[in-house]
Ligand binder design. Structure first.
Ligand code: NI
Length: 189
């Protein structure tokens, strides 16, 4: 296994649409996912997509710890060739961060309720409904497969900036309810 270099915003690897995986059970896919897991663990993020480590394939991994979710925790998951189906038109705003956009956070609208499906390393189908933070993480990761980074989804660029500056501003006006949820909630993906 190896810790891989993560591409940062501006690198062409992050803008190219990724290709479907022909055989999700192939040994080289298993080896790639092992490296992705080690890389994600080292970076202390919640999700990682293969294009972020310069591999143009439709593979994402993620994990939703219980403290990040108002639901139950989502175990470490590998999704190969994922698809997302909207189960609502409703979107919600929340802070996001990305391992490819280090040091920054922004408020991004995401669908609040989705169904996603993909293939696991064993070749079996994974299909789940997701809401809230879980749904947000999956949408963020799958965007990477289409060459989309979260800053391009931000509607109010006043809510985008360096995490330490935004945290400091929130601390300075801690009675400001607009920022009450800011700070520790965003998780790099
Ligand atoms: Ni990301």
């Amino acid at each position: 296994m190896a810790i891989l270099k993560i591409a940062r915003m501006g690198h062409p690897a992050l803008r190219a649409p990724a290709a479907p995986v022909g055989d999700p059970t192939a040994p080289e896919i298993r080896a790639l996912v092992a490296d992705m897991r080690e890389t994600l663990c080292d970076a202390e993020g919640v999700g990682l997509a293969a294009p972020q480590i310069h591999v143009p394939l439709r593979i994402v991994i993620f994990e939703v710890p219980a403290e990040r979710s108002d639901e139950v925790a989502v175990p470490p998951t590998v999704l190969i060739n994922p698809e997302i189906e909207a189960l609502t038109d409703e979107t919600a705003l929340d802070w996001e961060a990305c391992l490819s956009v280090p040091g920054m956070i922004g408020v991004v609208p995401r669908l609040t309720h989705i169904r996603y499906r993909g293939v696991g390393l064993d070749g079996g189908t994974i299909e789940r409904e997701a809401r809230g933070f879980h749904a947000r993480v999956v949408q963020h990761e799958c965007d990477h497969l289409d060459g989309i980074l979260y800053p391009s989804r931000i509607e109010d660029m006043g809510l985008f900036g360096f995490a330490d500056e935004i945290r400091r501003a929130a601390d300075d006006e801690d009675e400001d309810d607009d920022y009450e949820d800011e700070g520790d909630d965003e998780a790099a993906a």
